[in-house]
Design a protein around this ligand. Structure first.
Ligand SMILES: [Ca+2]
Ligand SMILES: [Ca+2]
Ligand SMILES: [Ca+2]
Length: 355
C-alpha cells in the first residue's frame, strides 16, 4: 500500500510537470450562431492562443500595423458573442502589475504619419495626434460559467492599448525581440500623450516589457479568480486573443513580504457605484487582532446591515453587499453610508443604489 501511494505520488508529480498551463485562452466554450467559421473573420477559434505577431500587408504587428491578417481575429458584431475558457484559474493577484489580471487583444491601432511595412524605420515613423482607432467590445468574467460580472462601464476589448508584438532594435534598425503578452501597459496612460512621438519611443517609454492590449482588474468583479471570459455585442470590434497576466516576479522575497501587508488603514470606494444588484467594498487592516466592523447605515443614521464584525488579522479584505438589509429584504434606491471602524480607525463613505 505504501509503495502504491508512493507510485501514485510519483505519477502525480510526473503528470503535474507535463500539464503546461497556457497563459492564453485555450478553449471556446460557446459562441453565437453567426460565428460559423464561414469566413476569415467569423471563426471563433481565432481568439485562442497567442496574439498575432505578423500582418502580411504591413509587417510586424504593432501600434501602427494592426493584426488584420486572415484567421487571426474574430469580429464581434451586434449580437455576436464568444465565451472562452482558460486551462487554469486566472487570479486577482496582488503582485500583478497595475492591479491588471488579464488582457484582451484586438486590432486597435494608431494612424501613422506615413506608410508602414517591414522596412519602415520605427525611429522615424510617428503617431498622429489623438488618432487611436478603437472599437469597444463588452467584456464579462465568470468563475462557474453561469454567473457573470460585466465590465459595463469599461474597460472594453479592442480599445487601448494596440497590440505591439516586438521591441524596436535601434542598433540594427529592425524589429527585435518579442514583447511580453502577459504584462500590461499602465492603464492610467492616456494614449493622447504620444501623438507626434516615434513608434520606437512609445514602445520604449510606455509599452516595454508589455505587448499591449486592454488590461482588466478582477477586483471590481468580487471574484478572487475566474476561468471564463465573454466578449459580446458591439458594432464590429475585433478580438484576437486573451492572456493571463504574470505576477511581477522581479521583486525580491523581502519586498514581497513587505508588500503583502498593508501599511495603513484604508476603506475603498465601493465598486461599482452606483450599483443595482451588488457592490464590492475593499478595506485594509495593518494591525493584528483589533475588533473591526463594517456597517451600512441609511441617511437617517439607522443601521441597515452589518457586513463584517470581529477580530481581524492584518491584510487586504473585500466584501460584497447584495443590497439587502439584515432581514434579507432589498433596500430602496438612494444613498447609503458604509462605515469601517476599529479601535484605532474610523472612516465612512457614501454609495448609491439605483433599482
Ligand atoms: Ca487585480
Ligand atoms: Ca477593430
Ligand atoms: Ca488570434
Amino acid at each position: 500500500m505504501k509503495d502504491f501511494i508512493f507510485s501514485l505520488m510519483v505519477l502525480c508529480l510526473v503528470f503535474g510537470n507535463q500539464v503546461l498551463a497556457s497563459p492564453y485562452a485555450s478553449e471556446v466554450i460557446e459562441h453565437s450562431a453567426d460565428l460559423d467559421g464561414s469566413g476569415p473573420y467569423n471563426d471563433p477559434q481565432n481568439v485562442l492562443g497567442q496574439p498575432a505577431t505578423i500582418n502580411g500587408d504591413c509587417g510586424c504587428v504593432s501600434m501602427v500595423c494592426a493584426a488584420w491578417g486572415y484567421n487571426t481575429l474574430t469580429t464581434i458584431n451586434d449580437g455576436s458573442y464568444i465565451i472562452v475558457k482558460f486551462d487554469h484559474q486566472v487570479k486577482d493577484d496582488l503582485n500583478n502589475p497595475f492591479g491588471v489580471d488579464f488582457i484582451v487583444f484586438g486590432n486597435a491601432f494608431h494612424p501613422a504619419d506615413g506608410p508602414v511595412d517591414w522596412t519602415t524605420d520605427m525611429e522615424v515613423r510617428k503617431l498622429l495626434s489623438g488618432g487611436l482607432f478603437a472599437e469597444p467590445v463588452l467584456v464579462a468574467v465568470s468563475q462557474n460559467g453561469t454567473d457573470w460580472y460585466e465590465y459595463s462601464s469599461g474597460p472594453y476589448g479592442d480599445t487601448k492599448f494596440p497590440t505591439n508584438a516586438k521591441k524596436w532594435d535601434r542598433i540594427n534598425h529592425q524589429w527585435g525581440n518579442l514583447l511580453d503578452f502577459t504584462k500590461p501597459v499602465d492603464p492610467s496612460i492616456d494614449p493622447a500623450i504620444y501623438g507626434g512621438m516615434s513608434v520606437a519611443d512609445v514602445i520604449d517609454q510606455y509599452y516595454a516589457p508589455s505587448g499591449g492590449g486592454t488590461g482588466f482588474d478582477l477586483e471590481p468583479s468580487g471574484y478572487d479568480s475566474i476561468l471564463y471570459i465573454k466578449v459580446y455585442g458591439s458594432n464590429g470590434g475585433e478580438i484576437d486573443a486573451f492572456s493571463d497576466v504574470s505576477p511581477d516576479d522581479t521583486i525580491s522575497v523581502e519586498e514581497l513580504v513587505d508588500k503583502s501587508m498593508p501599511k495603513q488603514y484604508s476603506l475603498s470606494q465601493n465598486y461599482p457605484n452606483p450599483f443595482n444588484l451588488r457592490t464590492t467594498i475593499s478595506f485594509r487592516i495593518p494591525e493584528n487582532s483589533l475588533y473591526t466592523s463594517l456597517k451600512i447605515y441609511n441617511l437617517q443614521g439607522q443601521l441597515v446591515r452589518i457586513l463584517e464584525q470581529g477580530y481581524k488579522s492584518p491584510g487586504y479584505y473585500k466584501t460584497v453587499w447584495d443590497g439587502k438589509d439584515s432581514h434579507n429584504n432589498p433596500v430602496v434606491s438612494g444613498l447609503y453610508i458604509y462605515k469601517l471602524e476599529t479601535e484605532h480607525f474610523s472612516k465612512t463613505r457614501k454609495m448609491l443604489i439605483l433599482r
